[in-house]
Write a new protein. Structure first.
Length: 82
């Protein structure tokens, strides 16, 4: 599942561009607390999400891994947006 990570240059989550890092970290921690609750996790999975609780500092690495993984799959299979 995508988390509400953010950085100062790009928007990724429910916040304005260039949101201060400390605010992003606090938002991430709050969302993690919510998603970590068993009933929330269960509901998200029922909706087809794969909940992920992670540290704000790890957001960039997580996103890079996801882009590399899914981008590689898309390129290897020739999937297009047609």
């Amino acid at each position: 599942m995508r988390r509400f990570h953010c950085n100062r240059e790009k928007q990724f989550g429910p916040h304005p561009v260039r949101t201060p890092t400390d605010i992003c970290a606090k938002l991430n921690a709050t969302v993690n607390q919510i998603v970590d609750k068993p009933h929330v996790d269960k509901r998200l999975r029922a909706l087809g999400y794969e909940p992920y609780v992670g540290a704000f500092a790890d957001a960039g690495g997580f996103l890079k891994h996801q882009i590399d993984t899914w981008g590689g799959l898309i390129r290897a299979t020739g999937i297009t947006a047609d």
